[in-house]
Write a protein that binds this ligand. Sequence first.
Ligand SMILES: C[S@@+](CC[C@H](N)C(=O)[O-])C[C@H]1O[C@@H](n2cnc3c(N)ncnc32)[C@H](O)[C@@H]1O
Length: 246
Amino acid sequence: MGSMLQYGSLAKYYDMIYSFKDYEKESRIIATLANRYKKSTGNELLDVGCGTGKHIVYLKKWFACTGIDKSEYMLRVARRQVDGVRFVRGDMARFEMRKKFDVIVSLFSVIGYTETHQNLALALNNLSRHLKSGGVLIIEPWFTKAAWKSGSVHMHTYETNDVKIARVGFSGTDGSVSVLDEHYLIAEKGKGIKHFRDVQRLGLFGRAETLALMRAAGLRAMYAKRSLAPGRGLYIGVKERDLDPA
Ligand SMILES: C[S@@+](CC[C@H](N)C(=O)[O-])C[C@H]1O[C@@H](n2cnc3c(N)ncnc32)[C@H](O)[C@@H]1O
């Protein structure tokens, strides 16, 4: 695994770095799709890889939300940001909750962190296991191998009077895994300047590969062109049969 600093010591800057994202609009799209496809009658929602809880800020208007994430640093920010929601620590491929949900979402590429085909299968099985019969799973994917622009470079900046952030990155590939090598320079008024290097590895899974694994996990699965981020699409799965009744 990469250093994943972004979800460690960089967690407190996460919402600044991604301040360009319209979480409210994304949440409205997700709620509409969830209600369109869901056959179960409840409104319990689990956000897997919830990060700092920015979708839950909005989703909690319509659903009884729980957030789960691997990073305690991200969860700390989420707990400060959102009142009255349970945020728990767990790995998407392995977590165990004594509860099933009507809606499970995993947004902004979290699924890519499974890295390997085998781990992706484990995660999809685990998510399906936590869905009620008729419940819906919505996944916003990472890039496919065909769409990944290996060798490309990128830069992103954020600034207020008190904070200046510059992130410069190189997009590499290691077999079927994308490797994001990112360097951050963060200057804070009255404090000084810090430099971090963050290397992240995300699996480049195919569309047919993901849909086949969703189906094997007991889901009626489809790929929808409707996107949160341009061109990425969404996977939607409806739980057909309970492979592991509680
Ligand atoms: C790009 S952020 C997305 C956060 C949030 N969903 C959003 O839209 O802002 C990826 C998140 O996935 C979490 N993550 C990475 N690997 C994970 C795993 N195996 N299980 C659960 N969460 C994981 C990270 O800690 C991080 O919070």
